[in-house]
Ligand binder design. Sequence first.
Ligand code: HEM
Length: 161
Amino acid sequence: MQILSIIVNWLHMVGGFTWLGGLIFVNIVLSPVVQPKGIPPEFIRIMGMERFRYYAWGSIGIIILSGIFNIVRGMAENSGDPNPLFVGALFTKLVIVAAMIVITMVNSVVLRKRLADAKPTPGGPSEEIKRMGARLVVFSRINLALGVLVLLMVAIMRSAA
Ligand code: HEM
């Protein structure tokens, strides 16, 4: 059981850091470097998402399965009253992660597909495409900010455990 817990915890962290690491790279490293060269940030994000989305969705699956395992194990091991700080931080983390998954769905399924399918038009992208691109950028930044908040919840959980 000890070995299984270690492996599941390890997978949980690998999944979390793969997802958040990808968000950090696209938002903080890739876009600012390429943007001054005249490539629109929404294009960069679509390129990043085309390649990264399988890793992102794989990570989300791993995080959810390993997280559920952690919850069940925690409940089985601690029969006494649960630490309210730990439970509060865990609950907040779950709400934030749920919001992140919804945003990922909108970005990676709806916006990415519509932007990638848009036919090039003479005179540059239409107003609608520009609006969708801007939305993709904002959502991606919000997801990164939420991911940073998740890490705050993890820090609270660790200190409360
Ligand atoms: C972006 C998403 C997530 C990230 C980055 C993340 C990250 C982490 C990290 C770094 C730990 C600390 C591991 C340790 O110190 O032992 C942890 C613990 C935990 N996570 Fe997550 N997590 C995420 C999502 C989730 C989800 C969706 C669930 C539940 C379905 C979950 C449930 C748990 C539980 C119960 C623990 C405590 C484990 C223990 O007490 O040993 N996490 N998480």
